[in-house]
Ligand binder design. Structure first.
Ligand SMILES: Nc1ncnc2c1ncn2[C@@H]1O[C@H](COP(=O)(O)OP(=O)(O)OP(=O)(O)O)[C@@H](O)[C@H]1O
Ligand SMILES: O=C(O)[C@H](O)[C@@H](O)[C@H](O)[C@H](O)CO
Length: 274
């Protein structure tokens, strides 16, 4: 029997503005006894000024920021056994490639050294709502096509996607804006959700309120791309939620996103113990 693949060393807590990257990242770092790197602190001042004035960042704005985060990740990886938890929106596949490998696409020709997507560990039993499960980059299709890697070539950088759902995000961002003091205006949420692009299979964990994926699928029709497992899960969830809608009150219950500590504890528990 093959030994389990090594656990990741670096955890990037990702997602759109207000999804809980800083809160969950801090709690996860505490649970793991690891340092926490707040990605927003590495933005150049021009980026902060741009966001503050309500203008979404472009790829060109984000690259220097992402390279800075990657530098810090490399330091952690070089150290060998010191975990690191990072908060970073990491909205697009190329950004995540940069954080994982050091370049937006460092392997343009031939198979990648870490071909299979990282195992899909889904906290959605506890969870779901939020960004777009677009998920269709040629990049990822190519990655999925190549044969299994050796354990040593698996990426040590893992992504944890938080998706509390659009209503919850709007509520949080409005509350934060009313309290003042954060540079990110709620008006930028739409551009964040539009930019979010991922394959469920590339995530180490996805945290969503329960039934959210099925609800979205149900509402919008079968337009997302899903892997077989997600497809089957979505069908089962859709059936369950249809039942709930038929039997329940006129309004479906708003799914509840798990609390920060709950998420951190569940994520930490997924790691192999020495
Ligand atoms: N699981 C949660 N349940 C309820 N509220 C949460 C949860 N996680 C975060 N929050 C609240 O949502 C708001 C945004 O959280 P946080 O700053 O962690 O998000 P973020 O993704 O880092 O945001 P940004 O990228 O815009 O800085 C905060 O007010 C925080 O207290
Ligand atoms: O990628 C981006 O558009 C930005 O970096 C944002 O995601 C912010 O860093 C963050 O979320 C602050 O609210």
């Amino acid at each position: 029997m093959q030994p389990p693949p090594p656990d990741p060393l670096v955890f990037v807590v990702m997602g759109v503005s207000g999804c809980g990257k800083s809160s969950v990242g801090t709690a996860l770092a505490l649970a793991l006894g690891a340092p926490f790197l707040e990605g927003d602190e590495l933005h150049p001042p021009e980026n902060i000024a741009k966001m503050r004035s309500g203008i979404p960042l472009t790829d060109e704005d984000r690259w220097p920021w992402l390279y800075r985060i990657r530098e810090r990740i490399v330091k952690a990886l070089d150290f060998g056994d010191q975990r690191l938890v990072v908060s970073c929106s990491a909205l697009k596949p190329a950004y995540r490639n940069l954080l994982r490998w050091g370049a937006p696409d460092p392997f343009p020709v031939g198979p990648r050294p870490h071909p299979t997507p990282t195992p899909r560990v889904d906290c959605s039993s506890a969870s779901s709502t939020g960004g777009s499960a677009s998920a269709s980059s040629a990049d990822n299709a190519a990655a999925a096509a190549v044969p299994s890697p050796s354990a040593s070539s698996l990426p040590r950088v893992a992504f944890i996607l938080l998706q509390p759902g659009e209503d919850e995000l709007r509520r949080r961002l409005a509350a934060r804006a009313a309290a003042g003091g954060h540079f990110m205006p709620p008006a930028l949420l739409g551009s964040q959700l539009a930019a979010l692009d991922y394959q469920p299979g590339e995530m180490w964990a996805i945290v969503e309120p329960p039934g959210w994926r099925a609800q979205r699928r149900h509402q919008r029709g079968a337009q997302g791309e899903w892997d077989g497992k997600a497809e089957a899960e979505a069908a089962a969830e859709a059936e369950a939620s249809e039942g709930a809608l038929a039997d329940g009150p006129s309004q479906p219950q708003q799914p509840v996103f798990p609390a920060v500590e709950e998420i951190a504890a569940e994520l930490a528990a997924r790691l192999h113990r020495p």
